[in-house]
Structure formats: C-alpha cells, structure tokens
Ligand binder design. Structure first.
Ligand code: CP
Length: 314
C-alpha cells in the first residue's frame, strides 16, 4: 500500500480492520517498527480527533509525528499553476509539498473542499498536489471528497458490535445542519460500507443525492421511516446538496433522530463521526443513551490510523 486516500478492495480493508483490532488489544506491540521515521500531519483545516488520534497512532509505532496547522501557522498557500503571486498567497503548494517531502517519510494531509468549485473539489486537487510534488506516501486526513481513516474506524466499530449479526443492515441517514457541510464522510462511509459487503441503505430528503460514484450498490430510500426499519446500525450525517453544489435546500428538523424514530428498529445502534451539533443533527437522548457508538468510533480512530501507518511503512 503506497498511499491511503480511498477504499481499495475488501481484502485490504479486512487486513486493516484485523490489524487495528490487534493494536486495540496491545497498542505498543510494534513500538519499534517506526523508529527513525517521521510523519508530517499537515492540517489546512481544523480537527480534534484526526489530529490527536494520528499523533497517538504514530507514537504507538515509535514514529515521530510533527503537526503543522497550516490554517493558522503556515504561509498562505497558492494553489493555482502559473499564478502571478502578487496578492495574499505567499508560498506555492508545489514548493511547500516538495520541501515537506524531503522532511518526512510519510505525509498526512487534511484539505477540505471549497464547496464552491465543484470541478476542483471532485479532482481532490489539494491532496493530489501534495501527492504529485512531495514524492512520499500520502495519507488522507479528510480530503475534498473522502475521509477514509474515519470510514476505517467506522468499519472496525461495526465489526466489533455486530458479532451475532450475519449481514447487518446499515443505514446512512441525512440529518439537518445550519451550515453547508462537505460530502466526504458520507461518500467515504458509503464506499467502505458497500466495499466491505454491508447491506447499505441511504436515506435523505429529495435532491440530496450523493455523487453516484460513491453510492453504487446501496439502496436509496427517500422515506426515512421506511429506511430505518430493522436497521442494525444508523450512521447520521449532514451533507450539502451535490447537484446544486454546496447549497442548503433543507433544514427540516423532522430528520433529526429521536427515540421515537426507532419503533421499528429497537436494537439499532447510532453512529456519527463527530463533531456533532447536539439537538440539531442528533438529540441528546440518543447521543447520551445506550444506542450511541460515537465514543467507540472516536476511540477506534487511533487503531485505524495505527494500522494504516504500520502498513505504509512496511
Ligand atoms: N471525525 C473527525 O474527523 O473529527 P475531527 O474533524 O475533529 O478530526
């Protein structure tokens, strides 16, 4: 595995899940594996879980993680090829990426979408610029279109909590939000859930279809009540409109899950990648109740990142 930027195949996903679960039992079992290696974690956007969990994962392998918050600490990056840099940007991404590639054995990048330039976002332009100019393995810490470390942690969490269920019914449901939110978590979750062989239903208000390249193999059901019937796992996430790119067409509060939504799915567990807008996306009663797996998902971010780093430095 050279890079970790998307779902590749089921065999690799299962290997990573298995390795992550071993690290969860014994986090320092490979404490010498990464000695002498450095991972640069480059954040162009804010983070809590991804930042801390990737750092802990590297330390568990004996690697040295160095975090750079480019949004606050770095030079303003110019992204456009051939730009005349006489305005606010100070350093071109091709220079920054090439320099960072000489400092680190692995680069991990967080670069959110613009939600205004659809073409550039769909190309995963910023992540790919780092890949092109750094010449070292790249790990996505959430890009314009995918969040694979989150999805790997989500697959680990489903596996841990579905021991008695042969083929769990997994539902990805849209939830209301006050801001325009990227599609990366939803895209990636759909890609990984189908890729790992889960029975996935996606439910959202009319017009909120995700990019079809990520939803092949999933059932699309616009009636949330029907979608939730007999669900084993319900993944809650907002995303903005894809076709009318980055816009908000609905904030319908009836899509926010409360206990009353689970009459026909009494055993369903709830998942969310966090951060969550309480009582907008999900009710307190769900988040603080026995259905919630959100803290387990966040904990599993460590072991997902550790399995990925371990594979990449092999
Ligand atoms: N779920 C997730 O990626 O959290 P952060 O944005 O806090 O890293």
């Amino acid at each position: 595995m050279k890079h970790f930027i998307q779902f590749e195949n089921r065999t690799l996903a299962e290997q990573l899940i298995e390795q992550a679960l071993k690290y969860k039992v014994d986090p320092r079992k490979h404490i010498s594996k990464g000695l002498g290696k450095r991972v640069g974690c480059i954040f162009l956007n804010p983070s809590l879980r991804t930042r801390a969990s990737t750092q802990i994962a590297a330390l568990n392998l004996g690697m040295e993680p160095i975090i750079m918050n480019m949004d606050k600490e770095g030079w303003a990056l110019e992204m456009q090829e051939g730009a005349i840099m006489n305005k606010t940007t100070v350093e071109h991404i091709k220079d920054a990426a090439a320099v960072l590639g000489t400092y680190f054995d692995v680069l991990a990048i967080r670069a959110f979408p613009t939600l205004t330039n659809k073409e550039e976002d769909l190309e995963d332009f910023v992540l790919n610029q780092f890949k092109k100019y750094s010449n070292v393995p790249i790990i996505s810490l959430e890009s314009a279109v995918r969040h694979p470390l989150q999805s790997l942690a989500d697959m680990i969490t489903i596996q841990e909590n579905s021991k008695a269920i042969k083929k769990p019914k997994v539902v990805l449901t849209w939830a209301p939000h006050i801001k325009a939110i990227p599609h990366a978590v939803a895209n990636s979750f759909a890609e990984w859930a189908v890729g790992c062989g889960h029975d996935l239903t996606i439910t959202h208000p009319e017009g909120y279809d995700l990019d079809p390249q990520f939803t092949q193999g999933a059932v699309i059901e616009l009636d949330q009540k029907k979608a939730l019937e007999n669900a084993d796992f319900v993944y809650v996430k907002n995303w903005s409109v894809f076709n009318d790119y980055g816009k908000i067409h609905s904030t319908d509060p009836s899509w926010m899950l409360t206990e009353s939504h689970f009459k026909n799915a009494p055993e369903a567990k709830i998942m969310h990648c966090l951060p969550v807008r309480r009582n907008v996306e999900l009710s307190d009663e769900i988040l603080d109740g026995p259905r919630s797996l959100v803290q387990k998902q966040a904990e599993n971010r460590i072991y997902a990142a550790q399995a990925v780093l371990s594979k990449i430095i092999e």
